[in-house]
Design a protein around this ligand. Sequence first.
Ligand SMILES: Nc1nc2c(ncn2[C@@H]2O[C@H](COP(=O)(O)OP(=O)(O)O)[C@@H](O)[C@H]2O)c(=O)[nH]1
Ligand SMILES: [Mg+2]
Length: 411
Amino acid sequence: MAGVLSNLYYSAQDAKDLADAYRREGEKGLQSVIQSKSKQFANVQFRIAVMGESGAGKSTLINALLGLDEAEGGAATTGYQETSTVITPYSHPTLRNVRYYDFPGLNTPRFPVKKFMKETNFSQCDLAIIVTGSRFTENDQLLAKALEKAGKPFYLVRSKIDDTVRAESRKKGYNQEEMFLRMREQCISSLKAAGIQEPRVFFYSAFDLDKYDFPKLKETMVSNLSEVQRNLFLVSLPNTSEAAIDSKRDALRHFIQSVAIASGVIGAVPVPGLSLACDLALIGSGILFIRKELGLDDRSLDKLAQTVGTSVTVLRKDTKQEWVFGEITREQVILLLQRSTAALALTAAEPFLDFVPILGSFFGATTSFGVTLVMLTNSLDVMMETAKIVLKNAKAAASEAPGNVAGYRGP
Ligand SMILES: Nc1nc2c(ncn2[C@@H]2O[C@H](COP(=O)(O)OP(=O)(O)O)[C@@H](O)[C@H]2O)c(=O)[nH]1
Ligand SMILES: [Mg+2]
């Protein structure tokens, strides 16, 4: 469990800063320290280079991974004419440090492959994706070899699988499974023949994100990250399915543990009033953070309602806990606290105490830690359930709205 401690988002120094801020300015002071700490969480970088020939589907893939529609601000421009000769960065709408780099097409006259190789610095990305809309070409292979030489993890993505399925299914004796097997074998053997040791190939269609290998692509990307990057990336993925929402649970639990540890550390500081004030502030800010990452804040809901052509009221239909959508004030947190009990808090905290040894010796610290942990964990459960109901409502609205059937990508 060393991961939890190494992943501390609030350190002992942060706890001291919080205590000092409380002494100086009371609860207002706490808020500003918490805000600046929240920013640190988002300072972890994750940079993904998306490369391939012009028209391969690079920009479309970036939008799919960001959960953005082209019509929205911040999405990449796609189309059949070559749109760019420079590397264009696209940040995740809320986690700005998850950044995709849309590279110019490999084969354009203005950017021949030799020039591309010479001018591209692979060390600046954490991961690369090579996209092709048909067979992997010689240029793709050259690029893959260069990445392998530079020691960068990379994947090969075969886009437009929907087109292939449509064309092939017209043929006599068509069998989709067999076709994929054959295509996969062909891809892998041609890449191996070109000297790529273990090519990782994913089939995908931008119009069927829950089908083919897109879910596996996301999982594999996650497995290539450091723990901190992994948490950041997981919460950045769009909520296209219940499974996608569930996959955020672990990352958000890490976040919750670090917040709980902070309130435990602060609980051990003997300043009257500090511990409770700090717990309330930390729980409040934690709820806001989780709510945003699950797409349940006002801005995300408005955007989602617009995308699927409905109202926020419809999206909220059948959700059970009103407070999730309301203002998260100090009073609201106290109300939530009153509903759970200290005994419950202590029981739930116990399994964590052995890897938080410094907290074990302070009863006040343990209580604070446990209360914060249970409060945020309960809130997470409620918000995950709510996010799933919102997703269901959004999908229903999307399938009712004309022209929107395939375009829905989740909040
Ligand atoms: N049918 C289908 N079309 C796609 C898919 N991905 C991209 N396209 C289309 O292919 C064209 C080129 O895509 P774009 O992302 O602009 O390619 P880029 O030049 O590599 O950035 C656009 O018209 C896209 O709509 C896909 O998975 N299926
Ligand atoms: Mg493009």
